[in-house]
Design a binder for this molecule. Structure first.
Ligand SMILES: NC(=O)c1ccc[n+]([C@@H]2O[C@H](COP(=O)([O-])OP(=O)(O)OC[C@H]3O[C@@H](n4cnc5c(N)ncnc54)[C@H](OP(=O)(O)O)[C@@H]3O)[C@@H](O)[C@H]2O)c1
Length: 494
């Protein structure tokens, strides 16, 4: 870590992301000694707020999780809050940014990180205003870096436009595109699991793996964020970024070395091998309201922030094909849905049948192996094996070789933003999305998004709290030899 002063400017500091993720992550880094001795955090947004109100708002979400048991860490909070200030200003005003820089004592001699926690529509005005204020420094020594949050455009063309505009102010080295899923512990472990263990690589291919299922689902509605969600939909919100990044990590070839360039090169290579899914390989849905003895839940279009004639999918299932020597013929089923019966994010690697299985020939019906990586809610990795059930006679059943993070590790599992922010400070880009990677991921989904918007695919109704979304999703899975995972049943079983 450099001893230079570090200035962090959180733009959109009045917002949800800043309050719930960015400030808590910075506080955690501070408590663990990862910030340099000399740092300053300037919050910037349009809302007018006193320093006291601002500090009160951010304090609500700070936790003492990194303090020894019994320590209330109030001294740490006070010291941290003493380095945090709020500055009100317009996003497109170089003069306002200059005033903030003067008040905050920003200097081109210091390292400076700009975090854009604002809607993408203001990314470029902010970048220009930062430039007008003379605050864009070098890529290194001292550095200026900028972090942006998805969504990065709506399709390949608008994403390229955004990249081009931001490129007029910041070089690619200075831009850190966050996909916070890449900062999650279990996702980071994918690379370790695959490439630091001898046993997986020889069987990680079409000869042994029959299918891959990547699911993200939420037992939630849109919670008043209909204005945002209706513009975006589930494919742009979850599939094009989080799930496609997971797929790339599962399917990429082994990078020759650790490091951003090698890992991103392999991700780009595999993304370019995916054939864009057509309308016959996709099912979309929209949840409708349900009433039970216990509760009544509004449907998507009943939400006052959603237009009555909305065609936006809240659920999508699609089968992707990675056309290369390793994966040809292996279906990758990707599912994302809101308004489901349980919240979960899971990767299921389904292995093939044992050829000429002697137990099957003897009349048994042994299950097959599966490697399951549960990102949430459990943070666990388990391998489903076939075992003999103890007792006389030969009865087979499936059991788990199980790595549950909660019991396997004593360490605190950091929030994804902690790791990602530390990486930005250290200039480490492995967990960020490179320009060509972003373009390749839009190429996968842009044709389908265009078809959906042209009315080529209409969302099918499914009830809020549904186990598996629209019925057609189970049929799509079955067509490719898969069954949809029943997450509520697995939850009940544990
Ligand atoms: N929340 C999350 O967990 C999350 C996750 C992934 C990505 N993101 C992305 O990160 C960004 C920030 O998220 P957020 O949840 O913090 O959003 P937010 O609370 O809606 O917005 C952050 C701040 O931006 C300003 N703002 C809001 N709408 C604006 C508009 N139309 N024009 C100009 N300024 C506007 C507001 O500040 P002032 O009015 O005070 O200026 C607001 O406090 C969003 O683009 C979102 O898509 C968020």
């Amino acid at each position: 870590m450099s001893d230079s002063k570090l200035n962090i400017v959180v733009i959109g500091a009045s917002g949800h992301l800043a309050r719930t993720k960015i400030y808590p992550a910075l506080f955690s880094l501070y408590c663990q000694g990862f910030l340099p001795d000399d740092f300053y955090i300037a919050g910037y947004a349009r809302s007018s707020m006193t320093q006291a109100t601002f500090r009160e708002r951010i304090t609500e979400k700070l936790t003492c999780r990194y303090s020894p048991e019994g320590d209330d860490c109030s001294h740490n909070m006070e010291a941290f809050l003493g380095r945090c200030c709020y500055h009100a200003g317009q996003y497109d005003s170089g003069a306002d940014f200059s005033a903030m820089a003067n008040e905050a004592g920003l200097s081109p001699k210091d390292n400076t990180l700009f975090y854009l926690a604002v809607p993408p529509s203001v990314f470029y005005p902010v970048a220009e205003a930062i430039q007008d204020a003379g605050l864009v420094g070098h890529a290194e020594d001292p550095w200026t870096r900028i972090v942006i949050e998805k969504p990065f455009g709506r399709d390949r063309v608008s994403s390229d436009e955004l990249t081009e505009l931001m490129g007029q102010v910041f070089s690619e080295t200075q831009v850190f595109r966050i996909d916070h899923y890449l900062g999650k512990e279990v996702i980071q472990n994918l690379v370790v699991l695959r490439f630091a263990n001898l046993i997986f690589e020889p069987i990680w291919n079409r000869d042994y793996i029959e299918s891959v299922q990547i699911t993200w689902q939420e037992n939630k509605s849109i919670e008043g964020r209909g204005g945002y969600f209706d513009e975006v939909g589930i494919i742009r919100d979850v599939m094009q970024n989080h799930l496609l990044q997971i797929l790339a990590l599962v399917a990429m070839e082994p990078p020759s070395r650790l490091g951003a360039t090698h890992i991103q090169d392999e991700k780009v290579r595999v993304l370019k091998c995916i054939s864009p899914p057509g309308v016959d390989e996709v099912v979309t849905g929209q949840f409708v309201g349900t009433t039970s003895d216990k509760y009544t839940v509004m449907g998507y279009k009943d939400d006052p922030t959603v237009p009555d004639d909305s065609n936006t999918p809240t659920y999508a299932a699609t089968v992707m094909h990675v056309v290369n020597r390793r994966w040809d013929g292996v279906p990758f089923l990707m599912i994302a849905g809101k308004g489901m019966d349980a919240s979960a994010n899971e990767i299921r690697i389904q292995f093939r049948d044992v050829p000429a299985n002697m137990f099957r020939l003897a009349g048994e019906n042994p299950s097959r192996n599966a490697l399951v990586i549960n990102v949430q809610p459990d943070a666990s990795i388990y391998f489903e094996i076939v075992a003999k059930v103890p007792g006389v006679g030969m009865k087979l059943d499936s059991r788990l070789l199980d790595l549950r993070y909660a019991s396997a590790f004593n360490e605190i599992i950091p929030d994804a933003y902690e790791d990602l922010l530390l990486d930005v400070i250290n200039g480490e880009k492995s967990l960020f999305i490179r320009e060509d990677e972003l373009a390749a991921s839009w190429d996968v989904f842009t044709p389908l998004l265009k078809e959906i918007e042209a009315g080529g695919v209409s969302p099918v109704d499914y009830p809020f709290g549904s186990k598996s979304g629209p019925e057609a999703a189970a049929a799509l899975a079955e067509r490719h030899g898969m069954t949809l995972t029943d997450f509520q049943a697995s939850k009940d079983a544990t």
